[in-house]
Design a protein around this ligand. Structure first.
Ligand SMILES: [Zn+2]
Ligand SMILES: [Zn+2]
Length: 370
C-alpha cells in the first residue's frame, strides 16, 4: 500500500516536473526581426541611397500581387544576385509584383530563417538591406532533422579538404591586395583567432606562411570587379566572399571600413574583421549558409556588430565534415557564453534542450510503469 502510494507520488512529481520542463523554451528566443532600427539602418547603409530606401519602404510593405511597386526591381536584382531568381538576360526594369516574385520572397524567407509570409514584410526588407556575405544562399543542400528543425548546410557534392588527419592547412596574405587603415599585425591577429576557433573543434590546424603562391588559403582585399565574376559593391552591401573546398580563395571588399577594435574605430559603417573572417573560413571548410540566425554561418552581419563564437549549429556542421578535435568537449559549451575567446557559445543550445526533454520523457514513462 505504502509502496503504491510512494510510486504514485514519485510519478506525480515527475509528471509535474516534466510539464515544467516542457514549458521551458526549447531555444533561446530569436533575435528581434529588425536587426537594428530602421532609421539607424538608413543612416548607415551608404551603398543604397537612403532617401530612396526611406521613400520606398512603405510601397514595398503595401505591395500586393499584380500591383506596380516603384523600384521593386532593385529588390528583384538583390534576389537574383543571391540565387532566388533564375532568370537569364533580365534587365529588371519591370516593377510588377507578380507570383514569381512572391515565390522568390518565400524561398528567401525560408533560407534565411525569417517568418514565411511570401510578402515583403518589414523583417524581410530589413534583412535584404543588411550587409552580408557575397556567397549565394541557394546553391546549397538543405538538411533537416527528424523534427523538421533547420540547421547547417553543405555545398552541393559536400566538398571538403581531403588530407591525412590530423590535417594541416596553410594560409597567406596577399602583399598586393591589402588595406591600410589597419596594420598587418592587427589583421594577422584577427585572422589567427578566427582560424583558431575552427581548429579548436576539428582535427585541422591552420598555419600562416609567407609563401602566398603555395598557401592552401589565399587572403586578399579587393575593390569592385576583381576578376572572379563576383564583383564587390563598395561600402556595405557585400562584405566578403570565399569559395568551397579546395579552392582556398578568400576575398574581402577593400572598400569596407574594417575594424578590429570599435573603441578605436568610430565609423558608423565599421565592419568587424574577425567576425567576417570566422564566417568565411566556414565556407573554405565546406559549410554553406545556415538559416540559424545565431550561427556564425548565417549570411549577414550588421555594421559595428560582432559574431565570433561558433554555435552548436556551426560545430555540428563542420564536425560532420572533419570529425571532432580530440581535445574538444561539448561540455565546454556550458562554461561561459560571455568570453569572446571561447570557441563556442550558449547562444544555440536547443539540441541540449531536446535531449533533456527526451530524457525526461523516458523517466516519466519508467515512473508510470512502476
Ligand atoms: Zn557566407
Ligand atoms: Zn572574389
Amino acid at each position: 500500500m505504502f509502496r503504491l502510494f510512494s510510486n504514485s507520488l514519485i510519478s506525480l512529481f515527475f509528471f509535474f516536473f516534466f510539464i515544467i520542463i516542457l514549458s521551458w523554451p526549447t531555444c533561446i528566443p530569436a533575435r528581434k526581426t529588425l536587426g537594428f532600427a530602421l532609421d539607424n539602418h538608413v543612416a548607415t547603409v551608404k551603398s543604397y541611397n537612403s532617401t530612396w530606401y526611406k521613400s520606398n519602404i512603405e510601397s514595398f510593405l503595401n505591395g500586393s500581387i499584380g500591383s506596380q511597386v516603384i523600384d521593386i526591381s532593385e529588390i528583384k536584382k538583390h534576389l537574383h544576385r543571391f540565387g532566388y531568381f533564375q532568370l537569364q538576360n533580365d534587365t529588371f526594369t519591370d516593377n510588377t509584383l507578380d507570383a514569381r516574385f512572391e515565390s522568390a520572397v518565400t524561398l528567401y524567407q525560408e533560407k534565411l530563417g525569417l517568418p514565411i509570409t511570401g510578402k515583403l514584410d518589414f523583417a524581410t526588407v530589413s534583412q535584404i538591406f543588411t550587409p552580408r556575405c557575397g556567397m549565394p544562399d541557394t546553391t546549397t543542400i538543405p538538411i533537416h532533422t527528424l523534427h523538421g528543425t533547420k540547421h547547417y548546410v553543405f555545398f552541393p557534392g559536400k566538398p571538403h579538404w581531403s588530407r591525412r588527419m590530423p590535417m594541416k592547412l596553410t594560409y597567406a596574405f596577399s602583399q598586393d591586395y591589402m588595406i591600410h587603415n589597419l596594420t598587418l599585425s592587427e589583421i594577422r591577429v584577427a585572422f589567427k583567432r578566427a582560424f583558431r576557433r575552427w581548429a579548436s573543434v576539428i582535427p585541422v590546424s591552420f598555419t600562416e606562411t609567407d609563401d602566398y603562391s603555395f598557401a592552401d588559403i589565399k587572403i586578399g582585399f579587393y575593390y569592385g570587379d576583381h576578376g572572379d565574376g563576383e564583383p564587390f559593391d563598395g561600402v556595405l552591401g557585400i562584405l566578403a566572399h570565399s569559395f568551397s573546398p579546395e579552392s582556398g580563395r578568400f576575398h574581402l571588399d577593400a572598400a569596407e571600413t574594417w575594424a578590429v577594435d570599435f573603441r578605436k574605430e568610430k565609423s558608423a559603417v565599421a565592419i568587424d574583421l574577425e567576425s567576417v573572417a570566422t564566417h568565411e573560413i566556414g565556407h573554405l571548410l565546406g559549410l554553406a549558409h545556415s538559416p540559424v540566425t545565431e550561427a556564425v554561418m548565417y549570411p549577414s552581419l550588421k555594421p559595428r556588430d560582432q559574431k565570433l563564437d561558433l554555435t552548436l549549429d556551426d560545430i555540428e556542421g563542420v564536425q560532420a565534415l572533419y570529425g571532432s578535435n580530440p581535445n574538444f568537449r561539448f561540455g565546454s559549451l556550458l562554461e561561459s557564453d560571455t568570453s569572446t575567446n571561447q570557441a563556442v557559445s550558449l547562444r544555440n543550445i536547443r539540441s541540449y534542450n531536446v535531449w533533456v526533454t527526451l530524457f525526461l520523457k523516458l523517466v516519466l514513462i519508467l515512473c508510470l510503469c512502476m
